[in-house]
Ligand binder design. Structure first.
Ligand code: PGA
Length: 239
């Protein structure tokens, strides 16, 4: 089964650096046969769409509005993202939960909206270090999944991103990720009545190749920092 690789550029690059990176990706991935999704910021999305149009790379957004259209200052709708050529959208990233106060109800509404507009959502879930330390990981994940996936159709991707691993250089151990992914798959299947793909995110680099190679419940990776270099992300995509 081919894996899914998502490159999350966050708010790390200005417009011209984004276009340069997209061009680097275009060169590096011209013969790529897997599924790799680039998620630039909203500002660069249209230009990146043009640059990667003739490549096997797919386009995603880092977020979308929970509304479809109307007087919602500052928002970007899933409908417009789709029209621009995006096929994927990251929803409920821990940075959005933490810094922009996104609740499970908001995340659930965004998932619905993305599905109405035929974007494939990448739902992020994950526990904090404090929750992990007191053994709450599974309870936290179960709660996030139950609330976020209410009345959601199958056909989304779940990204397990332990908050303590994001941008910290501390990758979760592959054996542990395997077990947690098995748990997430089981919970999500109960809710959605269908199998779901689960990818891992949190400080992944090409150096993790060996430890992640033999796993069976890890359907791909959501990569931040290490995906800001086309060569490094391309190496990760060989996993
Ligand atoms: P990171 O980010 O790879 O820089 O830890 C992953 C993410 O937040 O999606």
């Amino acid at each position: 089964m081919s894996k899914i690789f998502v490159s999350n550029w966050k708010m790390q690059l200005n417009y011209s650096a984004s276009l340069k990176l997209a061009n680097d990706f275009k060169k590096k991935f011209k013969n790529f046969s897997g599924l790799a999704v680039l998620c630039p910021d909203f500002l660069s999305l249209a230009a990146v769409a043009q640059i990667i149009k003739t490549t096997p790379l797919k386009l995603g957004a880092q977020d979308c509005s929970l509304r479809d259209q109307g007087a919602y200052t500052g928002e970007v709708s899933a409908r417009n993202l789709k029209a621009l050529g995006a096929n994927y959208v990251i929803i409920g990233h821990s940075e959005r939960r933490q810094y922009f106060f996104e609740t499970e109800a908001i995340i659930n509404q965004k998932l619905r909206d993305a599905q109405v507009d035929k974007l494939i959502p990448i739902l992020c879930v994950g526990e904090s270090l404090a929750e992990r330390k007191v053994g709450l990981t599974k309870a936290v994940l179960k709660n996030q999944l139950r609330l976020a996936l209410k009345n959601i159709k199958p056909g989304l991707i779940i990204a397990y991103e332990p908050i303590w691993a994001i941008g910290s250089g501390r990758v979760a151990k592959s054996e542990e990720v395997e077990l947690i992914h098995a748990f997430i798959k089981q919970e999500a299947r109960q809710i959605l009545k269908k199998a779901v793909k689960v990818i891992y995110g949190g400080s992944v680099t090409a150096a993790d190749f060996a430890s992640f190679k033999k796993t069976k419940n890890i359907d791909g990776f959501l990569v931040g920092g290490a995906s800001l270099k086309a060569t490094e992300f391309h190496k990760i995509c060989q996993l």
